[in-house]
Design a protein around this ligand. Structure first.
Ligand code: 13P
Length: 237
């Protein structure tokens, strides 16, 4: 069964979350992880869903106004965290902290969804693999002895595919994910799962499902409507 991760980003209000939980009442709980905004983590936990945070602070506690500690997130019920999402890399200089955040998450027994991905310019100039390898190397240095197949999952999210309704061709996606897995296996001796993220929706899910290299999905916009999300989940094996 593939892993499905719903990243709500900074969307939805309490009334939407309560309606969401009501609508998805009978959905499978296995291999499904919700990443709502922090105030709503507890709501998903109360209903026994696996829940994660969209980010963590790079430090445990301290004078970091606006940050949320992994220990606080754990208290709310989070057991997963996304690290290195391209939106955090772009707007909050997060590439600098990915390595420290991974160490902290592993120390606190969180499961990590590590996002990697190239922008349009890099894609068009055939620099995709160069960028992905660099992001992997940065994330893994210092942390290798603690990373294993069950605590870290890669999410390949081409930046140009996020929220644009454009996705790589099946051929490109198949080859890129194969090469990510192969690079990690050859250089780090780890056989990691790779999710695909970027405009996954009802129109392209059947095509994506034909790509055997994809181990699951990280879904943004298409996870915001509970009805649409349920239909989407039912199309995933
Ligand atoms: P969209 O599914 O809205 O393109 O977002 C993808 C994403 O960034 C998930 O983390």
């Amino acid at each position: 069964m593939k892993l499905i991760c719903a990243n709500f980003k900074m969307n939805l209000l309490k009334k939407d979350i309560l309606n969401y939980l009501k609508t998805i009442e009978n959905v499978r709980k296995k291999n499904l992880v919700f990443f709502p905004s922090i105030p709503y983590i507890e709501y998903f936990k109360e209903k026994n869903y696996v829940v994660g945070s969209q980010d963590i602070s790079y430090k445990n506690f301290g004078s970091l106004t606006g940050d949320t500690s992994i220990e606080q997130l754990k208290e709310l019920g989070a057991s997963y965290t996304i690290i290195g999402h391209s939106e955090r890399r772009e707007f909050y200089n997060d590439s600098k902290y990915v390595n420290q955040k991974i160490s902290l998450a592993l120390k606190h027994d969180f499961k990590i969804v590590l996002c990697i991905g190239e922008n349009l310019k890099e894609f068009e100039s055939s620099k995709t693999l160069f960028v992905l390898k660099k992001e992997i190397d940065e994330a893994f240095s210092n942390n290798l002895d603690m990373i294993n197949e069950s605590n870290l999952i890669i999410a390949y999210e081409p930046i140009w595919a996020i929220g644009t309704n454009k996705i790589p061709t099946s051929e490109v996606l198949k080859s890129t994910i194969y090469q990510i897995k192969n690079y990690i296996l050859e250089n780090y001796n780890l056989d990691l799962k790779v999710l695909y993220g970027g405009s996954v929706n009802l129109e392209n899910i059947e095509e994506l499902e034909k790509i055997s290299e994809i181990d699951g999905y990280l879904i943004g916009g298409a996870s915001l409507s509970p009805e649409k999300f349920l239909t989407l989940i039912n199309k995933v094996n």
